[in-house]
Design a protein around this ligand. Structure first.
Ligand SMILES: [Ca+2]
Ligand SMILES: [Ca+2]
Length: 164
C-alpha cells in the first residue's frame, strides 16, 4: 500500500472532501507512489493500485476494495476511473495496467500507439519488437543475454548490455 497524493478524477472533480464519485459507491481516485491510477481506501490515506480492486484479496485494511457492491458485476460495477478499454472495446484492463510494459490487452493496445502513447521504455527495460506475447515494445533487461531470443531483431542477445 502506498501513501496517496489526492487527485481529481477524470472529470476534474477533486477527490479530497468528496465522499462519492458518480457510480463509485464511496470510491475515490488517487495516484499511487509509482504514479499509477489507484483506489483510495476508507482510511483516506492508503492508495492501492487499481488492479488490486476486486482481485479476491482484501487489500484495504477493512476490505472495502472487495465489497460486493463494487465487485458483483466487474467491470460495470467498478468506478470508471479504474477501467480502461482496449482496442477491442469488448476487452478491458485496470487503468494501472496502461503503459506498464505488459501486454494486458492481448493486442498491445495498452502499450502501443495508436491505442496508447506510452513514454519510452523505463529503466530496467530494453526497447525492441518483442517476440514474446507477454510484452510489446519493451522487454525486461533480465531477459537480455540469457541465450534466448526475445526480440525479433535479436538485439536482446547482441546489443543489450545485459541486465541493468
Ligand atoms: Ca484486493
Ligand atoms: Ca499493460
Amino acid at each position: 500500500m502506498n501513501k496517496i497524493s489526492p487527485q481529481g478524477d477524470a472529470n476534474g472533480n477533486a477527490a479530497a472532501g468528496s465522499k462519492a464519485l458518480p457510480g463509485g459507491e464511496g470510491a475515490q481516485a488517487c495516484v499511487t507512489q509509482t504514479n499509477r491510477t489507484g483506489f483510495l481506501c476508507d482510511d483516506r490515506s492508503s492508495c492501492i493500485p487499481a488492479s488490486r480492486v476486486c482481485d479476491g484479496v482484501r487489500t484495504c485494511a477493512r476490505g472495502e476494495d472487495e465489497e460486493e457492491a463494487l465487485c458483483r458485476a466487474v467491470p460495470q460495477s467498478l468506478p470508471g476511473f479504474l477501467v480502461t478499454h482496449c482496442g477491442d472495446p469488448a476487452s478491458w484492463i485496470y487503468s494501472d495496467q496502461v503503459c506498464d510494459g505488459i501486454n494486458n490487452c492481448g493486442d498491445c493496445s495498452d502499450e502501443l500507439s495508436p491505442g496508447t502513447t506510452c513514454p519510452p521504455c523505463g529503466p530496467g527495460w530494453w526497447r525492441c519488437p518483442s517476440t514474446v506475447f507477454r510484452y510489446c515494445s519493451c522487454i525486461p533487461r533480465s531477459l537480455c543475454r540469457d541465450h534466448v531470443q526475445h526480440c525479433s531483431d535479436w538485439s536482446d542477445e547482441y546489443s543489450c548490455p545485459g541486465p541493468d
